[in-house]
Design a protein around this ligand. Structure first.
Ligand code: NDP
Length: 319
């Protein structure tokens, strides 16, 4: 377990010692211990990380019951360089550029030490090699959102030639659902919703029809779809836009049948499967137009994400 770089014993990490809003409880600590590398894990020098709504939902204590004890280092998504390999880990070697979502189950015992740190440890099965054409910042925004997009499409058995409506097309998950449905699954028609200013973006990602939800009610749409992917938490409306016998998948909120809800599972194998589409440019990362937030400005990044208006991914870089 010799290492190619000298790893400090104390590192910087965004940490909370009590539950609450990010602005109140999340602090940049500079004396956090580097976590021990278990046999199936690798230690990563974090280069970039990305935020997800689950970060702030967890931080306010919504999932207390299944959380490790505080303090917690926040963060799910990571892109970085392997600097140490566990005794039974054989998928990666030191120096490999990898990316992934560090928490296998988003809400079920997520790690005490997450990705918003200079170093983090991750089970190698949750990681994949970073697509060669993507920067660390671009790659960091991909894992949790693309795993969610992909798992949702798989759960409803989305197939080539089918039509799909994506509610929440401009967010971290929605931007990837549009791209996967169109460019990976071969949808015959992709429709997606956003507010007025984001309609062109939806089209640039592959939506054939961009619907302004501030002007049109989903239930009034003249067309019904084979599948509705609800990335907003609005399954009551989503089920009104599906064909009879069609399928609806939702990722948040109350579930109105026949919609189904699931919680994402982190898998390096999904990233490996989708890497060719990222490397060919068919599926593109989308960093919020505000640009990346340096590590020191993670609180500003959280407050932007919490507006609910972010476009694509809110990325922390450099770290
Ligand atoms: P984001 O914060 O990235 O989504 C922001 C986007 O949502 C904005 O661009 C906004 O566009 C759009 N939006 C907000 N309200 C609406 C609306 N009513 N109709 C259409 N678009 C809307 O979130 P994520 O995409 O990362 O996550 C979305 C939700 O899914 C969150 O609640 C998250 O916790 C959950 N989630 C659940 C997972 C699971 O495993 N079940 C996994 C991942 C996420 P505009 O300004 O145009 O409204």
């Amino acid at each position: 377990m010799a290492s190619i770089v000298s790893i400090p014993s104390k590192i910087k990490a965004w940490t909370y010692t009590e539950y609450g809003k990010s602005a109140e409880v999340l602090k940049l600590k500079s004396d956090v211990s580097v976590p021990q590398v278990k046999e199936d894990q690798v230690l990563i020098k974090v280069v970039a990380a990305a935020l997800n709504p689950v970060d702030f939902k967890r931080m306010i204590g919504l999932f207390k019951a299944s959380d490790p004890p505080l303090p917690v280092v926040a963060g799910y998504d990571v892109a970085g360089i392997v600097v140490k390999v566990g005794s039974k880990a054989n998928k990666f070697k030191e120096g490999d550029e990898v990316y992934g979502n560090v928490n296998e189950f988003a809400l079920d015992h997520p790690k005490q030490h997450g990705s918003l740190a200079e170093y983090t440890v991750v089970e190698e099965r949750l990681l994949a090699l970073k697509p060669k054409n993507l920067s660390f910042a671009e790659a960091a925004g991909i894992p949790l959102a693309i795993e969610t997009a992909y798992e949702g499409l798989e759960r409803v058995g989305f197939k080539s030639g089918e039509t799909i409506l994506v509610l929440g097309g401009a967010g971290g998950v929605g931007t990837l659902v549009i791209q996967l449905a169109k460019h990976v699954y071969g949808a015959s028609k992709v429709a997606a919703t956003s507010s007025t200013a984001k309609l062109e973006l939806l089209k640039s990602l592959g939506a054939d029809v961009a619907i302004d939800y501030t002007k049109v009610k989903i239930e009034d749409l003249p067309e019904k779809f084979d599948v509705v992917y609800d990335a907003v938490g609005n399954s009551e409306e989503a089920v009104k836009a599906v064909k009879e016998g069609g399928r609806v998948v939702t990722i948040y909120g109350e579930v109105t049948p026949p919609a189904i809800l699931f919680l994402v599972t982190s898998k390096g194998s999904i990233l490996e499967k989708l890497n060719p589409f990222l490397e060919s440019g068919k599926v593109k990362p989308l960093i919020d137009p505000k640009g990346t937030f340096p590590f020191s400005q993670t609180l500003e990044a959280f407050s932007h994400l919490q507006t609910g208006r972010a476009i694509g991914k809110v990325v922390i870089y450099p770290i």
